[in-house]
Design a binder for this molecule. Structure first.
Ligand SMILES: Nc1ncnc2c1ncn2[C@@H]1O[C@H](COP(=O)(O)OP(=O)(O)OP(=O)(O)O)[C@@H](O)[C@H]1O
Length: 343
């Protein structure tokens, strides 16, 4: 194998022809899946119910043993290593959170460090650090029990616990699934802020397209029996669905959704108006085309002044230019390969 170039992030997780047939089942839950996840990225597994998302996730940390194929973590074949050892290197967060009700928050978060034999002082410092990291004030939360916390707070504790031993990778199964829509959005935002700090390699399962588009650096769309139908960035999934299955999965709102992913600065701007201050609508280059249209609609105009991130005038953008230049979703583009490239 050739050494990766320094500019390319290294591969952290690789599934190599992995399959799982549950005992007594005629058809495999996952037939033959190859998938590569780079260090520091969030990969979302998305697909219809029963396509094998949870099975795939649990194959990675061997909560489920594969029937065939091999699994690599950070370049090492972990298909046969001791699963307990493996799980300490991979944090795991589930929808039901699964905190132990009779243990305090501190004891729940400190579970893995205790199992690793850390001394009390180090565990306590780590627990406080993690509670801070996920936005729970240690003094107020450390001694409480799970039932004394809201669902969203429990979810944060679940994330803190998964991060306790600083694993390079984290698996998340519908982590925001059981939470009301408003808290869910807040938790997603907090999660992205956290990830910007910690840069873990994350594989996340969701049913929710909006969540997948928001959180995923790349999205793996799975069909029945874990068939990898498309593996690509959110913009490419929306703009170039690999086949009719993906096109119907992303639905009729794909063009509008895609506007959220394209920054104003990525299309050709008109020159700034001399009377820039007179413009009723203003957007920054790093805001999305969706936000630009929203600003124009609210101001009742079809043109907006664009400023750079430094606040200086950068040009103007008008409605018709957005329509002309925003990439049009095209037809099916051919099958995906395991690295997220096209064959
Ligand atoms: N323990 C098990 N024994 C037998 N079959 C199972 C078991 N767990 C899952 N399956 C089957 O394997 C297939 C894949 O299940 P899995 O839970 O991985 O799908 P999923 O994509 O996560 O589904 P959902 O989105 O509904 O949670 C399904 O057909 C399911 O019925």
């Amino acid at each position: 194998m050739t050494e990766p170039k320094p500019s390319e992030p290294k591969e952290m997780i690789r599934l190599d022809g992995v399959g799982k047939r549950y005992p007594g089942q005629a058809a495999p839950a996952v037939a033959d899946l190859s998938l590569s996840v780079r260090e520091g990225e969030i990969v979302v597994l998305l697909g219809p119910s029963g396509c094998g998302k949870t099975t795939t996730l649990r194959l990675i940390n061997r909560l489920i043993e594969p029937s065939s194929g091999r699994i690599f973590l950070d370049g090492e074949d972990v298909t046969r290593v001791d699963p307990d050892q493996l799980r300490r290197r991979i944090g795991y967060v589930i929808q039901q959170v699964g905190l132990f009700p009779h243990m305090t928050i501190a004891d729940n978060v400190g579970l893995v460090p205790r199992a690793l034999g850390w001394d009390k002082k180090r565990i306590r410092a780590r627990v406080d650090e993690l509670l801070d990291l996920v936005g729970l004030e240690p003094e107020g939360f450390r001694r409480r029990y799970p039932k004394e916390l809201s669902g969203g707070q429990q979810q944060r504790v679940g994330v803190a616990r998964a991060l306790a031993a600083d694993p390079p990778a984290m698996l998340m199964d519908e982590p925001f699934g059981a939470i009301d829509p408003i808290t869910r959005e807040r938790l997603q935002d907090a999660f992205l802020e956290l990830q910007a700090q910690i840069g873990k390699t994350i594989v996340l399962v969701t049913h929710d397209l909006t969540e997948a588009l928001k959180l995923g650096d790349r999205i793996a769309i799975l069909g029945q029996q874990g068939r990898l139908v498309q593996y690509d960035t959110p913009a490419a999934i929306l703009g170039e669905p690999a086949d009719e299955f993906v096109a119907s999965f992303v639905g009729s709102g794909a063009a509008m959704r895609r506007l959220r992913l394209v920054p104003v600065g990525s299309i050709d701007l008109d020159p700034a108006a001399d009377d820039a201050a007179a413009g009723a609508a203003t957007v920054r280059v790093d805001q999305s085309l969706y936000e630009a249209l929203d600003v124009m609609l609210r101001a009742g105009t079809d043109v907006a002044d664009v400023t750079g991130e430094d606040g200086r005038p950068a040009g103007r953008v008008c409605w018709s230019r957005i329509v002309q230049q925003s990439p049009h979703p095209s037809g099916p583009a051919g099958p995906a390969d395991a690295t997220g490239g096209r064959r």
